[in-house]
Design a protein around this ligand. Structure first.
Ligand SMILES: Cc1cc2nc3c(=O)[nH]c(=O)nc-3n(C[C@H](O)[C@H](O)[C@H](O)COP(=O)(O)OP(=O)(O)OC[C@H]3O[C@@H](n4cnc5c(N)ncnc54)[C@H](O)[C@@H]3O)c2cc1C
Length: 337
């Protein structure tokens, strides 16, 4: 059974087969809506249902009952039950990127903090893997579960992919990484996914806000900007708990010294007594607002724990940030089927 989706905002039309979601069917046809977690929780793919009906495989957690009743739709979960018309933003930048399943081999592992492992994944030389700096992949576990991790490296032919994996207590994948994974292990992943990448059509100063391993895609995005000789102003605020969690502090300080257009502000929420910390402390989103009270001229790229993203969504618009200039990947926990 197939139904048609018509996007009234752009005029594009495509078919949805069986129980495909609108987001997945769009991606198959190179039509990319802004999206992030694909689990129904982050809300990036909210759009408007103009006509027709959709069903949901899982409850669309990111939609309030009022939003549902008012005609909002969550494209990553919505499965049409007939022809539908929607009103949704589309992105051109990643339309050429193909989502693939790829094998890879663990080339190196480096534990940079008590709970952060950096993985370097080697891809087969015979298969090209294209992505945009900032996107993520899903590791496909042997038992069928999937786990999302952002690429911390910018795309470069023949180079390994770099992932920053935080150890989640009892975490199915991250515990394997910390307890039993070895160099040369084989894995499979699917990707690239997501629309957390630098909007190239803007030269607004960019505030980059990372929480913990939310640094990973922001590192890729910055590395790409430096390689492209992009002269936009970038100010990174990196929030972690204590000094020992700043696992790439020296690299970021070096970048700040080398690039005139890059500033770096580390923020500790709970500095340890022996940290002797004289830098910023508190919640990272509050420190952003302390430095830049008026966000009306800025874009914000935020990545990390859902609570940090929710704080940015709730508070930054009151400081002048247009909602369509807040780009984020919320590091939601995986939802297993
Ligand atoms: C787009 C995207 C990109 C991501 N990129 C990265 C990345 O680069 N680096 C990174 O470290 N993480 C990243 N994450 C987060 C990561 O995918 C999840 O933390 C994932 O669930 C970890 O897998 P795991 O198998 O180790 O733990 P899981 O097996 O998924 O979870 C372990 C335990 O935590 C419990 N749990 C579930 N929800 C919560 C909650 N809200 N609070 C506390 N405990 C909970 C579960 O019940 C489970 O028992 C990303 C997430 C998304 C959506």
């Amino acid at each position: 059974m197939s139904f048609s989706v018509h996007n009234r905002k752009t005029g594009s039309r495509f078919d949805v087969e069986g129980d495909e979601t609108i987001l997945d069917a769009g991606l198959k046809h190179s039509i990319v809506f802004p999206y992030s977690c694909r689990g129904g929780t982050c809300g990036t793919c909210k759009a408007r249902l103009v006509s027709g009906e959709v069903g949901y495989a899982h409850p669309p957690q990111a939609l309030s009952p009022e939003e549902l009743a008012g005609g909002s739709v969550l494209l990553c979960q919505a499965v049409p039950s007939g022809d539908v018309e929607i009103e949704a933003t589309e992105l051109a930048a990643s339309a050429e990127i193909q989502i693939k399943i790829m094998p890879c081999r663990v080339a190196a592992m480096e534990q940079l903090a008590h709970d952060v492992m950096v993985l370097h994944l080697k891809l087969p030389a015979s298969q090209a893997f294209r992505y945009l700096a900032g996107q993520y992949i899903d590791i496909l576990m042997r038992d069928g579960r999937r786990r999302s991790f952002s690429m911390a490296s910018r795309p470069q032919a023949g180079q390994d992919l770099e992932l920053h994996v935080r150890h989640v207590p009892e975490g199915a994948f991250s515990s394997r990484v910390f307890d039993s994974m070895k160099v040369k292990d084989l894995m499979r992943f699917q990707g690239p996914f997501g629309t957390f990448f630098l909007r190239e059509d803007s030269d607004r100063p960019a505030i980059l806000m990372a929480g913990g391993t939310g640094l990973a895609p922001i590192k890729a995005l910055l590395d790409q900007a430096f390689a492209d000789d992009n002269h936009r102003q970038f100010h990174l605020f990196w929030g972690v708990r204590a000094r020992r969690d700043l696992y790439l502090h020296e690299l970021l300080e070096t970048w700040a010294a080398e690039h005139e257009n890059f500033r770096y502000t580390p923020v500790l929420s709970e500095p340890a007594a022996d940290d002797d910390w004289r830098g910023e402390s508190g919640f990272v989103h509050e420190v952003v607002l302390k430095h830049v009270d008026d966000l009306s001229a800025h874009e914000v790229y935020a990545c990390g724990p859902p609570v940090m993203i929710d704080a940015a969504k709730a508070q930054f618009p009151a400081h002048g940030l247009a909602p369509d200039r807040l780009f984020y990947d919320s590091f939601e926990f995986a939802v297993d089927d």
